[in-house]
Design a protein around this ligand. Structure first.
Ligand code: FAD
Ligand code: SIN
Length: 534
């Protein structure tokens, strides 16, 4: 099943097509090159666009004195609230330190302490200082810079910018053998075309734009996950949308990407206060303000409901050297009329991270032959019901290398694509009401009634179709498919766990100690199954 497009007017090929140029895509591409495979790297906007460059807090890895992968594992499992796949966590934490050392060898420069050691800080859910950071709070920009420099240097990686991947091409045997692209380019590669490959790696990042307020950039419309679903792949854990607790609150009228105030600010001593000036996280969790993210977001939400105010306060006035330690956040606060060194910052939760995604094995292989997924688009099971802070950049580094190694060992032959049925497109006008409905009904707090209401809205919006194959209608169709997946899974899970909070089922339940997977059947109808947790 594919989205409606014009007839492909051009084609190209490579051993592997990698879709997306964040940490996951860039790492996969570089590792494929170290196995001598040719790579076509396609990316929707300019090459540095995506969540990676916005990452603030850092990368978690057990590199500090006395820290061990096992302790990192324990913190990851606790944050994941029973749903982590322990093998995936083992891979993440044990291969993580080497992956970070490799990144440093590739040129990434991390902040150092006064004694010249790599400076490590702490974030929510970590019982140790194990977060490497760069440029104070510009870790993602540095990771992106270093990886991009290496990618641009490699003549075996062909890059196409402004290339939106629309759908997978499949062969008669059902293997993915390429991708349909829309390129805003020049000359022969303009408009809809085909990139043929022996395997395709989706690294298209998150889906924050499903909600009204998000920390994610505008490219995070979940295209890769939607593409995988239409290609027949399974997704899992999609109900676990992580809401970052401290996103600068400006006004409900502000939609789309909002400025993040990193958890590392609390790691350096900032505290959350309610409108009565009480430090409300004390007594709610042993780690108080540095409890795992889902717990802090829920408590902030409770405080907001109690006070009737749309935000709480983050007091960072006692953080030492704020401007030097957090230059990006300092600048974004000032740009919004707040001086964080002398006044409190209004903050509220906003959609931040998809803990679920396309279900993959430890080598990034999805349930469809030839289709691999890496980074935020994937569900390796490493994050369970709630990702531990700063484990995401790490995931891209670790699993990007594993996918490349697996493909190098077992690269299939190129197969020929066959035609596939086309589905209707949705009108871009649906995006705003979809986002509002998702924030209201499937946000931090959910109930059967709120989810059903959102499902009803989604069903009404699905009638607004479009005959116009264009970027906005492909994205609108993808957002709608993902919103449907999130709502259906959230309705299925009748408990509260991790970042899935149901006020009608407020407790965690052993009955739900399983993963909810979903896929589209041949009629495009949503089908849910339960997968035992390993
Ligand atoms: P991305 O970096 O989002 O890259 C996705 C790429 O795919 C982009 O190049 C995009 O343009 C491209 N793309 C999307 N759709 C298509 C399409 N249809 N066709 C072609 N290309 C497409 N994590 C941490 O570990 N530590 C942190 O400190 C941290 N801070 C964060 C701060 C912010 C503000 C945000 C938003 C996230 C943060 N995260 C952090 C999460 C982390 O940044 C992301 O999960 C991670 O960068 C995702 O990497 P990725 O490569 O999977 O996706
Ligand atoms: C942050 O800096 O608070 C974000 C870290 C993350 O999402 O891992």
């Amino acid at each position: 099943m594919r989205l409606l497009t014009g007839k492909p007017g051009w084609s190209t090929s490579a051993d592997v097509v990698v879709i997306g140029s964040g940490v996951a895509g860039l790492t996969t591409a570089l590792n494929l090159r170290s196995h001598n495979l040719s790579v076509l790297l396609v990316t929707k906007a300019t090459i540095d666009e995506g969540s990676t460059k916005w990452a603030q807090g850092g990368i978690a890895a057990a590199l500090g004195p006395g820290d061990t992968p096992d302790q990192h594992k324990k913190d990851t499992l606790i944050a994941g609230a029973g749903l982590c796949d322990t093998k995936a966590v083992d891979v993440l934490v044990s291969e993580g330190p080497e992956a970070v050392r490799k990144l440093i060898a590739q040129g990434a420069v991390f902040d150092k302490s006064a004694t010249g050691e790599i400076a490590l800080t702490r974030e929510g859910g970590h019982l140790r200082d194990r977060i490497l950071h760069a440029g104070g709070d510009a870790t993602g920009a540095e990771v992106s810079r270093a990886l991009l420099a290496a990618v641009k240097d490699d003549k075996g990686i062909e890059i196409i910018e402004h290339a939106l991947a629309i759908d997978a091409l499949k062969s008669k045997s059902g293997r993915v053998c390429g991708v349909v692209l829309h390129v805003i380019g020049a000359g022969s590669r303009d408009g809809v075309g085909m990139a043929l490959a022996k395997a395709v790696v989706i690294a298209t990042g998150g889906l924050g734009q499903v909600y009204s307020q998000t920390t994610n950039p505008s490219v995070s419309t979940g295209d890769g996950v939607a593409l995988a679903l239409r290609a027949g792949a399974k997704v899992a854990d999609v109900e676990f949308i992580q809401f970052h607790p401290t996103v600068l609150w400006r006004d409900l009228a502000n939609r789309g990407q909002q400025p993040l105030i990193s958890e590392a600010v609390r790691g350096e001593g900032a505290i959350l206060l309610n409108h009565k000036n009480e430090q409300f996280m004390i007594g709610k969790h042993p780690q108080a303000d540095l409890a795992p993210r889902d717990i802090v977001s829920k408590e902030i939400f409770n405080q907001m409901q109690e006070s009737g105010q749309p935000f709480v306060w983050l007091d960072a006035t006692k953080v030492k050297e704020f401007k030097n330690r957090f230059p990006t956040i300092h600048a974004s606060c000032l740009a919004n009329g707040i001086d964080p060194t002398i006044e409190k910052i209004p903050v509220a939760p906003a959609s931040h991270y998809a803990s679920g995604g396309v279900r993959v094995d430890l080598d990034g292989q999805s349930s469809v032959a030839g289709l691999y997924v890496c980074g935020e688009s994937a569900c390796t099971g490493a994050h369970g019901a709630n990702r531990l802070a700063s484990n995401s950049l790490l995931e891209g580094l670790v699993f990007g290398a594993r996918i490349a190694a697996a493909l190098a060992k077992n690269l299939p032959n190129q197969e020929e694509p066959i035609e596939d049925s086309k589905t209707n497109l949705l009108d871009p006008k649906i995006v705003l009401p979809l986002q509002i409905s998702m924030s209201e009904g499937a946000g931090v707090l959910r109930t059967e009634a709120s989810l059903r209401k959102t499902r009803q809205t989604l069903s009404e919006l699905s009638r607004l179709t479009s005959e116009q194959p264009e970027i906005q209608s492909w994205e609108a169709s993808n957002l709608h498919l993902l919103a449907t997946a999130i709502v259906n899974s959230a309705l299925t899970r009748k408990e509260s766990r991790g970042s899935h909070w149901r006020s009608d089922y407020p407790n965690i339940s052993d009955e739900w100690l399983c993963r909810i997977t979903g896929e589209l059947d041949s009629n495009g109808t949503w089908k849910t199954e339960l997968e035992p947790v390993k």
